[in-house]
Design a protein around this ligand. Sequence first.
Ligand SMILES: [Zn+2]
Length: 453
Amino acid sequence: MKCSLMKTCCGLLPFGLVVLMAGDGIADVKVTPEFSRDGSFFRFDNVPLPAIDDAGSKGKWKVIAGQGDANSGSIECLFDGRVPTVADQPAQNFFLAAGTKNGLIAVDLGKSADVSEVVTYSWHTDSRAPQVFSVYAATGEEPGFAVPMSVEEIGQTAGWKKIASVDTRQVHRNGGQQAVRIFEPDATLGKFRHLLFEMNATEPGNHFSHTFFSEIDVLAEDSKTVQRISVPEVREIRFSTADHNFRFTIDVTQALELETWAVEELKPLIQDWYPRIVAMLPSDGFEAIRDVRFLFLRDEEMKGIPAYASGPTISLNAEWFRGQLNSEARGAVVHEMVHVVQGYSGRNRRVRGDVAPPGWIVEGIPDYIRWFLFEPEMGGAKLSRQRLKDAQHDASYRTSANFIDWVIRTHSSDERLLERLNAAAREGRYSGETWKELTGKSEQELADAWRTN
Ligand SMILES: [Zn+2]
């Protein structure tokens, strides 16, 4: 059997209240897709927050046709009552393998239940947010009842009744959070034990267009008493420099245990050092970012990385910071603030086609400012005579910081050496020749002299 397309979309109701008819499913079934604009925790105007202990959470879920993608979370993501915390979080969603045309997911509720509604939630930055699926149901007691092994077999397999076809692309084609509520206004959907979801790609032909499903709730008799996920209150610390030139936000929503440290230690550090770094690294026509956001995320989301900067946002690994409050935490923030000020993105380069600076310059400058200007007493980038002998000046991070420090110290007549080195990198005109322009000596001559000093 070929699935018929959705029949109508009334299109007259305001956004978020679009009611789609349920295709060739049950006559009075309503399908209401919604889109959440504000981003997190799955808040919708007319669809409740995902449930934790709904009938679906106690069911047996199985992929029976197609398979989950290698980067997808396990099928448990669909019923574990947990939702992703950021968009595009593969391990916290379930999605079919790249290149799969479609797939079937079966749920056995364990016993027949009066199913009142089915609610599906998805989240992605792009075309994997919309949902294109059909849902079928059966009691399991129908004569000749069987579970189909492919989408093509559904029509020939006894016992299954289509409940609804869903296609949210008509409402919102782009990224964001989407939820679809399938219900019947004055009745339940019926008594069923088995549900079957036929999942389809949102962009046929695009291998990477299977929806990131975050949760699927199946609500039965207990629909009024289920427990729902709770939305944490956003906890932000906002402040600026005394001259109001720069503004900062530290988001500790996901790291409440670090709130006191953030207020007492991190805030004054940022207020002091961000403007200093800006003053250290000026260049013609360059304006440093004035609003910087520090966002604490859980280790799982940071994939083990302690910290990274992206545009005006510095993401910080809450677990890592908790263990480093008295050692590396402050220096790591200084390092990331240098990245924000470096602004080595295309928009700061003068001419198209300029090359990006090499990684050892990108990381060497932040580590130089951190280890030699911010916390020299730590000696974090010191090299013993023995280690220096075999060191590579372009080995990045601390080793390159040590090299940059040595060049600056041995050319102390040029107070602007760091500034000029950074400007060359920022403007896309850095090359090996830059060292000759800065010091009169080639990069190799400097590196050799550094190693044997
Ligand atoms: Zn870095």
